[in-house]
Design a protein around this ligand. Structure first.
Ligand code: AG3
Length: 283
């Protein structure tokens, strides 16, 4: 018997992986959660049928969402992660001894419980004493924060379903207020390739540009996401993502990474011309 998982990337494009077996399936208050073993990508987490991560390529996403801002910010200690219930972002953050506190605001407690049970590779550090989990809507949580965080990482789903509110002007404006005077926000920014994703990416960028004095975009190659070409938004009150960054400070930390390195950090902000044009159109 052959079992295949398929995600519809566009109306006319599908991406499939051969499944070994299904491990978990539940409908939470917010979304359908599935975890299965695939032959090529190892364990896979999907929400409402969209791939959130696979064991084989999650390092790319999680290293890039964390180490780029952690290197650009000279002294990040207090960090807010919105979404990220799989724990991958937290796993990379707790590697920094200087990080004092991580608030994880995940709307769906059931995602965290399922990942703790079936995805120890990402969820294994969620019990670090510096991590404080809040099971609530990030959009609401952020309304009450002011001048609190050095870094906000928006590790969300796509801009529909439970993640929708995290792509709004209200949300980005509140993130700005929740950050300290030299804070940085990074959000997962969708893909520039297929039309609908590109449109979502442009819309998010436009709203971030309206909320932050400095907004740049960087890229990574994530094989299991639509088109494999993925973007992150870097929004900052003060620090430029590349100029004047003390890359040797980060190198001295001696963190071993599989994708991120300081040369790639700078290079990731060099974007293909068509992507630059899409961004310019909304700036
Ligand atoms: N969050 C971004 C997932 C976007 C994938 N989209 C898709 N498959 N259509 C990932 C969360 C990992 N911590």
């Amino acid at each position: 018997m052959e079992l295949w998982f398929t995600e519809q990337h566009t109306k006319n494009v599908r991406f499939s992986m051969k499944v070994d077996r299904q491990l978990y399936s539940a409908q939470s208050e917010f979304q359908r959660i599935d975890i299965f073993d695939s032959l090529e990508f190892g364990r896979v987490l999907t929400l409402d049928g969209y791939v959130m991560l696979t064991e084989k390529d999650e390092f790319i996403y999680h290293e890039m969402i964390v180490h780029v801002p952690m290197c650009a910010h000279p002294d990040a200690r207090k960090i807010l992660v919105i979404g990220g219930g799989d724990g991958g972002t937290v796993r990379e953050l707790v590697r920094y001894a200087a990080v004092e506190r991580i608030d994880l605001v995940e709307i769906d407690e059931q995602v965290v419980a399922a990942c703790k049970e079936y995805l120890p590779q990402t969820a294994g550090k969620l019990n670090d004493p510096r991590v404080h989990a809040f099971y609530e809507d990030g959009l609401k949580f952020i309304r009450h924060q002011e001048n609190e965080y050095d870094l906000i990482l928006v590790d969300s789903t796509d801009p529909f379903g439970p993640g929708e509110g995290l792509f709004t002007r209200e949300f980005y404006g509140n993130c700005f207020r929740a950050l300290k005077a030299d804070g940085i926000m990074v959000n997962q920014h969708e893909s520039p390739f297929y039309k609908e994703d590109a449109y979502a990416m442009q819309r998010a960028h436009k709203r971030i540009v309206e909320s932050f004095p400095l907004a740049r975009v960087y890229q990574a190659h994530i094989p299991t996401y639509p088109s494999g070409h993925w973007l992150f938004g870097f929004a900052s009150k003060q620090y430029h993502p590349v100029h004047n960054v003390d890359f040797s400070r980060w190198e001295k930390l001696g963190l071993r990474t599989q994708y991120y390195n300081t040369k790639l950090h700078a290079a990731a902000f060099a974007l293909p011309t068509y992507v630059e044009e899409m961004l310019r159109d909304v700036e």
